[in-house]
Design a protein around this ligand. Structure first.
Ligand SMILES: C[S@@+](CC[C@H](N)C(=O)[O-])C[C@H]1O[C@@H](n2cnc3c(N)ncnc32)[C@H](O)[C@@H]1O
Length: 252
């Protein structure tokens, strides 16, 4: 998947949703001073920054397979233990963290159950594992308008609705399969304001994630057609996109 992109491109595309989501997600995971935490699939660091604010750099570790994202977190938050790697093979000893979090990552894991099992392994007994994924299967994910417009002209297109954790209840099923206990499900909702339609559209042309990869493979006329379809679904002037994610937290 296309996360080998500059951190700035991610920030303007998904980061604008990920940052307010991270503020809610650390609350859900009950992150508190004195704990040690791991951010799995940290991207350019929206959640890492929230963890550092609460716990300090020495108590936070982060890992991601994307080289530009790893470099961005290292330069943005010196002192954080940032590594290159995947959830399915975490390079930490058992029981290393009190909180192990994955924000918007489970749906990109090659093996989500193995990833969640690894997250549990590196978490202390009594600690918490937490994960969240946008509601791509419903109509309240941040990319819902985009994929709706795509499917109108390309009904065979592969949107993100069938990805792991993207439908209600699926994250809890995956956590149970990974051996986690006391699984609690919830829903987190954020609002992001856009001054113009162009501000909303432009980040889709940066090649980030499945949506950006879809736009990148269109020739110019088809890209313009898709842009026009999206414009029919959204106001020209200031508007807000409300986006929801499914979330779980579970005890180890
Ligand atoms: C949508 S981004 C989320 C980034 C960040 N957590 C945030 O909330 O902004 C998905 C991230 O998952 C990472 N990723 C993809 N496959 C992964 C895997 N198997 N294990 C860990 N991270 C993975 C990508 O490199 C990317 O940074």
């Amino acid at each position: 998947m296309s996360f080998n992109v500059p951190a700035d491109a991610y920030a303007r595309f998904m980061g604008q949703y990920a940052e307010p989501l991270a503020r809610q997600f650390v609350e859900l995971a009950n992150v508190q001073s004195g704990q040690r935490a791991l951010d799995v699939g940290c991207g350019p660091g929206a959640l890492t920054a929230q963890l550092v604010e609460r716990l300090g750099v020495d108590a936070v570790a982060a890992i991601d397979p994307s080289a530009p994202f790893v470099a961005a977190v290292r330069s943005r938050m010196p002192g954080v233990d940032v590594r290159s790697g995947v959830a399915e093979e975490l390079p930490y000893p058992d029981d290393s963290f009190d909180r192990t979090l994955a924000q918007l990552v489970v749906h990109f894991m090659t093996d989500p159950v193995a990833g969640l099992r690894e997250m549990a392994r590196v978490t202390n007994p009594g600690g918490l594992v937490a994960a969240c994924v946008w509601d791509h299967a419903g109509d309240s994910g941040p990319l819902a308008t985009f994929w709706q417009a795509v499917l109108e002209s390309d009904p065979g297109a592969h949107d993100e609705s069938d990805l792991a954790g993207a439908r209600e209840g699926h994250l809890a099923e995956l956590c149970a399969a990974a051996g986690l206990a006391h699984i609690e499900s919830s829903r987190l909702t954020v609002g992001v304001r856009f001054a113009t339609f162009q501000d909303w559209w432009e980040p889709y042309t940066f090649g980030v994630g499945p949506a950006g990869a879809y736009v990148a493979k269109l020739d110019e006329p088809r890209r313009e057609t898709l842009r026009g379809r999206c414009a029919q679904h959204l106001p020209a002037g200031p508007f807000e996109v409300i986006a929801s994610a499914w979330a779980v937290r579970a005890r180890v």
